[in-house]
Design a protein around this ligand. Structure first.
Ligand code: FES
Length: 125
């Protein structure tokens, strides 16, 4: 088993499925972990999260993160919509960073298709 994503701000811990990795934002949407988001495509920065532990268990930084986060990358920040976890990690965020609602068609799509492809059932707290 690959491990868990611990969404510290919402207090939910989700097991990474047998595929060995999980998209952080899709996991949050699927299991209602409340990581803020809007575009889900590396454009807005709403899904900014702090990696409290387990940075080594996340996918490499992508260009969209370099562009939106800049020096914050060195302070442990990543974008949930650009990041996969393949081992234990703990993330947190400022709940106030959600401004406006996410694009509904994206939320609906990922609710239907996003999480199931990669995740095993919830192991919540
Ligand atoms: S949700 Fe817009 S950058 Fe991640």
């Amino acid at each position: 088993m690959a491990g868990y994503i611990y969404f510290k701000t919402s207090g939910k811990r989700i097991e990474i499925g047998p595929e060995g990795e999980a998209h952080v934002l899709r996991t949050s949407i699927r299991y209602e972990c409340d990581l803020p988001f809007k575009c889900a495509g590396g454009l807005c920065g709403t899904c900014k999260m702090h990696v409290d532990e387990g940075m080594e268990n996340l996918s490499p930084v992508r260009k969209a993160e370099q562009k939106l986060l800049g020096d914050l990358l060195n302070e442990g920040y990543r974008l949930g919509c650009q990041t996969f976890a393949h081992g234990d990690c703990t993330i947190s965020w400022d709940p106030a960073q959600q401004q406006g609602k996410p694009l509904k068609k994206l939320a609906d799509f990922w609710e239907k298709h996003g999480g199931r492809a990669r995740l095993s059932p919830v192991a919540g707290e």
